[in-house]
Design a protein around this ligand. Structure first.
Ligand SMILES: [Zn+2]
Length: 234
């Protein structure tokens, strides 16, 4: 037998026994999982760049595989993200702050807007269900939404500000008159630097205030505060 014939013979044998080989391999993997995993780990340690290189060389494929994996693990992913967000609030705030400009601009390119609009159009039901669920989970929804929208329009958005969180952080004390806000009194989450005067919409630029104190203040800029360009560099 020439080597050519031998190769062909092997190829045919493999094709005939493909399923059997796959089953045997799977069984072997299950039975010796630990050693397989250890060997993989050892190989990866020897080739630290291999994964990245593979991704670079197989971009499309990697993308598709990621997408498939995410689709198959939606609930798990959502749960993990929620957990991570809940335990990394500070990290998140710092990240949002450090990347405010980039986040703001990358989300507001015409392409990003068009993409978002197209997605919403293609997922009308989903958007509606989500909005309904969200509203029932957030009693502050109306004003948080309005504030977020105003901030986005003023190009001042850094992060969504949770009003209950602001109230809790301030221990219910009005930042303007320094009195504790009591039951029938109404309160606002006030922008220290008004949005119209280059203040941002994020935890660093909001304070708790009586509605009356807030309205009396109008959009005056507080004295002895840093200059505006320090508040929101562009
Ligand atoms: Zn007050």
């Amino acid at each position: 037998m020439t080597s050519e014939q031998e190769r062909e013979y092997k190829r045919l044998w493999y094709l005939r026994n493909k399923d059997r080989i796959a089953t045997a391999k799977r069984l072997d993997y299950v039975q010796h999982r630990a050693s397989h995993l250890a060997r993989s780990a050892a190989w990866r340690a020897m080739h630290p760049d291999a994964k990245r290189q593979w991704h670079v060389a197989h971009k499309e494929r990697a993308h598709a595989m990621n997408k498939e994996w995410r689709a198959a693990h939606t609930t798990e992913l959502q749960r993990k993200m929620k957990e991570w967000f809940a335990t990394h609030k500070e990290h998140r705030r710092a990240y949002n702050k450090a990347n405010a400009h980039r986040l703001r601009t990358s989300r507001q390119t015409p392409e990003a807007r068009a993409r978002k609009a197209a997605w919403a159009k293609a997922n009308v039901e989903r958007v509606r269900t989500y909005k309904r669920g969200w509203k029932s989970r957030h009693k502050d929804a109306g004003r948080v939404y309005a504030a977020t929208r105003r901030a986005r329009q003023a190009d001042a958005f850094i992060e969504v500000v949770d009003h209950a969180q602001v109230f809790a952080d301030a221990r219910g004390v009005c930042a303007i008159c320094r009195r504790t806000i009591k039951a029938p009194e109404k309160w606002h989450v006030d922008h220290i630097f008004p949005l119209g005067k280059r203040g941002t919409h994020g935890y660093d630029n909001v304070q708790l205030a009586h509605d009356t104190c807030n309205l009396a203040k109008g959009s005056k800029i507080p004295k002895g505060q840093p200059t505006l360009w320090q508040v929101r560099p562009d």
